[in-house]
Ligand binder design. Structure first.
Ligand code: WT7
Length: 648
């Protein structure tokens, strides 16, 4: 180990009971790289297959013939694997602990209850005409019905597409249209920090712009009145009355689609990331077990929302495939106050806790007392995901939240990867604050320069993965060409992550952030192009350029340069209007933090906006703007600097 970095060795008591120690990690990692077919052929057996596979890996990342198949002649059902197979000895064990937004509301759902409710949900979907292969859009808050709906789709072979309940009607409509989904599952309203979110109203608005939606299933959540359209809108509680509590799981091919999840990229249009059945579930369950050192009886809590991939893989599919008790939280970290997370940990005796750096930083800002007045004795392991965790937040998490007892697993992965890719294994890996450390089994990370030359040793470059793993995305839904272009064209034969990364002398990986036009706001991916197209859709805006800048709590904030059409003034009121406009077009997570009205944007003579310059000005680091000689109109830069919004 190099001595420049602060190192936190594996605590002795943790190592004693851990599933994987360093020797075993090295051995298994080597085996996974030397012979992927043998390794995954063996580990695929962690699932129950209704038809055993004989083939394991069948992958080509070549341009001419890009395909990704794992376990392709096997058959299984995800809902069976997450529920039915546990009923024999764990029927009365708690599968889901639901903790409401209101601290007085919670519910324990056993595997037996989960089975009945998912079956009933599946039967209701069938009665609405949903069939294998149909796309079902789920726009639900963090209530148990979200998990039932996902598992019910999986049970009958329908493909779910969850749209985060914080997205706007507009964004929802785009996603419904893209996958041509005719059924939507929603709730009357969501509830977060005692404030209601008008979900059904948003759906009503969305379907005005979405073609072909014939059924909307509505879960009664807050009970406030909403409009219901006869023949189209159905109350869940009415549809479920008297419905059979058994539904046969459908045998799916390993490569049949399980879900689509939309994610932002460097164009204005989100991509429908497609994950399939067998490889995805092997990956989600195996990473969940080993990265979180999950053992039977552990209470596990991931604070994500099911609207993001973290919620798919690490609230629902990974944990339930492992028969874990998974906690699902409806609320926010600061309601009723900043002790909420730790009160919930104490209330339900949580052992493993997984959250995002932005939440840690926000709570850090509220002071230690909110943490210190709680016990947190049950905690054994902490996790982080979504963005690089700054060492200061890491140490606060480690010392204040974990009382210096609990290892932290900083897990790097993406919507596209299906599950965790680079992360410590808590019983095996000495930790360095800010580093995601080492690759999981089967993962071959490489750093390349802009020409694609593979860089060796301690170095920095673009992060690519040089071979397939079972959980990788299979395509962009409806657009295989885009799948090729986005991930396999920059460095032929390798999967390009879009992230920059450093590798140190111990072979540890340090993610440095996106190298494309994607910014990371509170651990959520936002395409700058998406925010730009929302801005230019406004009547008074003629041009917009959006960049990220360092933000104390969010990681990155959204900084928008806006050029108005002739004759309009950039007033503070208009700036406010534009922020609200973007919220309405995309959702609150896309709200610009700063708007700068700019008479012109710095462009090359060929008309390309020089974002490098815009990023520097947004960061208030304009002393070294680099080469500006290629600018068509160098004076615009002086105006931008003069009117910058982040003056220190
Ligand atoms: C991007 C993927 C993975 C689920 C949540 C986000 C960044 C994610 C880390 C981490 C540094 C991280 C990367 C990645 N990221 N985890 N532990 N350390 N960066 O999923 O929305 O698909 O975003 O999030 O930049 O590319 P996503």
């Amino acid at each position: 180990m190099s001595n420049q970095d602060k190192i936190f060795p594996v605590p002795d008591d943790f190592a004693k009971n851990a599933l994987i120690d360093d020797t075993l990690y090295q051995k298994m990692y080597q085996a996974s790289i030397d012979d992927p077919d043998a390794f995954w052929g063996e580990h695929g057996k962690r699932l129950s297959w209704s038809k055993q596979y004989t083939k394991v890996k069948d992958v080509s990342w070549s341009k001419e013939n890009l395909h990704v198949n794992w376990f392709s002649d096997g058959e299984l059902n995800v809902s069976y694997n997450c529920i039915d197979r546990h009923l024999k000895d764990k029927a009365d064990q708690i599968a889901i602990i639901w903790e409401g937004d209101d601290p007085n509301k919670s519910e324990n759902i056993t595997f037996a209850q989960l089975h009945r409710r998912v079956c009933r949900f599946a039967n209701v979907l069938k009665s609405m005409g949903v069939q294998k292969g149909d796309r079902v859009t789920i726009y639900l808050p963090m209530i148990p019905e979200a998990a039932y709906a996902m598992l019910a789709c999986a049970r009958i072979g329908a493909i779910h597409s969850i749209v985060f309940a914080g997205f706007s009607a507009e964004a929802l409509a785009g996603r419904i249209n893209d996958c041509r989904s005719s059924v939507i599952i929603t709730a009357d309203e969501g509830l977060r920090g005692s404030k209601s979110v008008p979900l059904k109203k948003n759906v009503d608005e969305a379907v005005k712009h979405a073609l072909g939606v014939d059924k909307i299933l509505v879960v009664e959540n807050t009970g406030n009145p909403v409009s219901m359209k006869g023949g189209r809108d159905i109350w869940w509680h009415e549809a479920a009355t008297g419905v059979d509590e058994f539904c046969e799981p459908v045998a799916m091919k390993a490569e049949d689609p399980l879900f689509i999840l939309y994610t932002s990229g460097s164009t204005g249009q989100p991509k429908g990331v497609l994950h399939t059945t067998g490889g995805y579930l092997v990956w989600a369950s195996m990473t969940h077990e080993y990265v979180f050192d999950y053992k039977p009886g552990d209470i596990y809590w991931c604070t994500a929302d099911v609207g993001w991939v973290t919620g798919h893989s690490y609230i629902v599919y990974g944990p339930l495939a492992n028969a874990a008790t998974t906690l699902m939280f409806e609320g926010v970290p600061t309601y009723p106050d900043a002790s909420r997370f730790w009160n919930v940990v104490d209330k339900h005796k949580v052992n493993i806790f997984y959250t995002a750096p932005t939440a840690i930083r926000a709570l850090m800002g509220q002071g230690e007392d909110f943490v210190k007045k709680t016990s947190r004795k049950s905690l054994r392991l902490l996790g982080s995901v979504g963005e690089p965790i700054n060492p200061e937040a890491w140490e606060w998490y480690y010392k204040v939240v974990g009382d210096s007892r609990c290892p932290i697993v900083d897990t790097w992965w993406q919507t596209e990867t299906g599950g965790i890719m680079i992360s410590p294994l808590p019983g095996a890996t000495p930790l360095k604050p800010g580093s995601a450390t080492r690759p999981f089994f089967g993962i071959k990370p490489e750093l390349v320069d802009s020409e694609g030359v593979v860089l060796e040793g301690a170095t920095e470059g673009n992060l690519v993965i040089s071979d397939s793993w079972p959980g990788q995305m299979r395509t962009v839904y409806g657009d295989h060409q885009r799948f090729k272009d986005t991930y396999f064209s920059a460095y032929p034969g390798k999967y390009f992550t879009g992230d920059g990364c450093r590798r140190d002398e111990d072979g540890y990986y340090w993610i440095t952030g996106r190298v494309d036009d994607v910014i990371n706001v509170s651990g959520h991916r936002m395409g700058t192009a998406e925010v730009e197209s929302a801005l230019v859709a406004h009547d008074l805006v003629s041009e917009a350029a959006v960049v990220g800048y360092p933000h104390d709590v969010k990681g990155q904030g959204i900084y928008a340069y806006v050029t108005l059409s002739a004759g309009n003034d950039g007033t503070p009121e208009l700036a406010k209007d534009l922020v609200n406009w973007v919220r309405a077009e995309i959702g609150p997570i896309a709200s610009p933090d700063k708007i700068q009205f700019a008479p012109g944007l710095p462009k090359t003579r060929s008309g390309k906006i020089m974002r490098r310059i815009l990023r520097k000005i947004a960061e208030d680091e304009f002393s070294n703007l680099g080469d500006t000689s290629t600018l068509a109109d160098p004076e615009v830069v002086d105006d931008l600097i003069e009117n910058r919004q982040n003056k220190k």
